[in-house]
Write a protein that binds this ligand. Structure first.
Ligand code: HEM
Length: 534
């Protein structure tokens, strides 16, 4: 054998042995290292669950050894049963459960008066919302930087609602012409989730950015699809430990798509914002001629708040806060109406009464919609049975705080309330299992209760919009928008479920509840003289 070949063969043999040795040594040691890491992570995590955090009972963990990811998986699959277990055992005291990304400290609503006076630098709702929406990976952390959207809703949108009804109705008429099928002569199947989403997004766009931008298909796509992608991302991310979210978000198409929508929103809105800023500076534009959220934001923004790209970003965030939340309520009402058709005529009679008092629907202002007490009650009952989330009143503690009864809310803890359990407690809602759409209407007939128990009013035991200073600032707008849509859909169309089918089931993921996206209803236009004259 030539020397070179022999040495080559020897080298190969040596390499082969070396490889075997490396394999023999490295495979077990890599496996042991990984195992060791997982074990230490598990032990640290279990010690943290059992011995750290608030000293209150732990619910939803089957044994001291159960990893938090299993408990979290059960919460993802069946949050309602864990929250029910906790509330049943501890209706008037604090308890906690574990999620993959954090421990949740659940408080009873008796603490609300104490919590509501805490400064947001002690108990922050905004840090809690950003965290809960996985803000760092879903482009939602902008709310930590800028609260202009909140101020604009409170200071401008809500006080001006009565001037906005005409704009809302105009856009609704346009949307109905464009997006609803022809059904004059026959029953036509529709998927309310998608159809109502279209109506809500068009009306919201009209009020958020004004004409003609609100009819831009790119804006309509951004304002609805961004939200869907944020929810896909956060539902997936929350299945995993928080330290993995950064890496995972690089692999999730929904996070790329979300980022892309923010880029597209900026591309579309920044030139418009600059144009409006210039026109305002020269007195050519005021919010009196151009009443919409974007112009109002520009009006009250000061200094750092008025950066065009941040304003564009906030417009998208506002769409996330408003469109799907309102759409979901309207879809639930429609499903409930179709499942309980005996109430349709009662609601129509109420609408006809207001038409007789206040004239044509298109001349109605906010007070006319306020008179729709039966419809309002129906919406609230529908929301009670189908809340958008089982947890609300989220706060992150930025400092330790001791409650008057000695319960410690430690710095860093994430607190929330089990809203669905609270409002469905027999002491709060008698016969809570019964769908009784006129229950709030009846309550409002009582002496001194006329202004209470409305869809948009919050109570310490009714927290679907939160409560107090930091309650949802868009809820009055939501109520008006949903009523506009429902009045039109109730007066102009008949509705029914497909033959021998019940109300479409809701979908659940973590604490969130969504109306069925694939649910079908049949609609048929009513005779022309029965419809609202437009
Ligand atoms: C049925 C519809 C809606 C529901 C159920 C809903 C629910 C909520 C809830 C539970 C909160 C948290 C309150 C708290 O911190 O305790 C909230 C906050 C908020 N909502 Fe709504 N909302 C709805 C519609 C709207 C609409 C239409 C808008 C905008 C026009 C809006 C804008 C906001 C904003 C800006 C926040 C605060 C977020 C922050 O802290 O930055 N919401 N909403």
């Amino acid at each position: 054998m030539p020397l070179a070949t022999a040495s080559h063969a020897l080298t190969l043999a040596a390499l082969g042995n070396l490889e075997k040795t490396v394999v023999n040594i490295s495979v077990p040691s890599a496996a042991w290292t990984t195992f060791g890491l997982i074990l230490s992570f598990y032990i640290v995590s279990q010690i943290k669950i059992q011995f750290y955090g608030p000293k209150v009972p732990l619910v939803g963990v089957r044994s001291i050894l159960e990893p938090r990811y299993l408990a979290n998986w059960r919460f993802f699959r069946n949050a309602a049963s864990i929250l029910n277990e906790g509330y049943t055992k501890f209706p008037t005291s604090a308890w906690r459960f574990v999620r993959a990304d954090t421990d949740m400290l659940i408080l009873p609503s008796k603490y609300i008066p104490e919590l509501q006076v805490l400064h947001p630098q002690v108990a922050s709702p905004t840090v809690a919302h950003a965290f809960n929406l996985s803000g760092q990976w879903t482009n939602m952390n902008i709310i930590l930087k800028n609260n202009l959207h909140f101020r604009t809703l409170q200071e401008k949108l809500t006080p001006n609602l009565t001037h906005l009804t005409a704009h809302m109705q105009d856009e609704l008429n346009y949307a109905i012409d464009k997006d609803l099928p022809q059904c004059d002569d026959e029953w036509v199947p529709i998927k309310p989730y998608h159809v109502i989403l279209r109506l809500v997004s068009r009306i919201s766009a009209r009020i958020f950015v004004g004409l003609p931008l609100c009819r831009n298909e790119r804006w309509l796509e951004i304002s609805t699809e961004f939200t869907e992608n944020v929810f896909i991302s956060l539902v997936i991310l929350r299945l995993f430990p928080r330290f993995m979210h950064g890496v995972l978000s690089y692999f999730l198409p929904s996070t790329w798509i979300g980022c892309n929508y923010i880029r597209r929103a900026k591309k579309l809105l920044v030139p418009e914002i600059k144009q409006r800023q210039e026109a305002m500076a020269t007195g050519k534009l005021t919010s009196k001629d151009d009443m919409n959220l974007l112009t109002w934001m520009l009006e009250i923004a000061n200094g750092a708040d008025s950066k065009p790209s941040d304003l564009a970003h906030l417009e998208v965030v506002m769409s996330l806060a408003s469109i799907h939340t309102s759409q979901m309520n309207a879809v639930h009402v429609l499903y409930d109406l179709a499942a309980h058709p005996q109430y349709i005529e009662e609601l129509r009679e109420e609408i006809k009464k207001i038409l007789a008092e206040d004239g044509k629907w298109t001349s109605w202002k906010k007070p006319s919609f306020y008179k729709l007490k039966k419809l309002d009650s129906f919406m609230r009952e529908s929301q009670r049975m189908n809340p958008p989330t089982l947890l609300s009143y989220h706060r992150v503690m930025l400092h330790d705080h001791m409650l008057q009864d000695g319960t410690l809310l430690p710095k860093g803890s994430h607190i929330a309330m089990a809203v669905n359990e609270i409002q469905n407690d027999n002491n709060v809602t008698p016969s809570p299992e019964q769908f009784d759409p006129m229950r709030y209407y009846r309550l409002r007939q009582r002496e001194g209760h006329t202004h209470l128990h409305q869809f948009a009013t919050t109570e310490t035991n009714v927290l679907n919009f939160g409560h107090g200073k930091y309650a949802c600032p868009g809820r009055f707008f939501a109520a008006l928008e949903i009523k506009n849509i429902l009045v039109r859909l109730i007066m102009d169309y008949d509705w029914k479920l497909p033959e021998s089918q019940g109300r479409p089931d809701n979908l659940h993921a973590h604490e969130f509840i969504f109306p069925n996206q694939e649910g079908l209803l049949y609609m048929k236009a009513r005779p022309v003289d029965e419809r609202l004259a437009i």
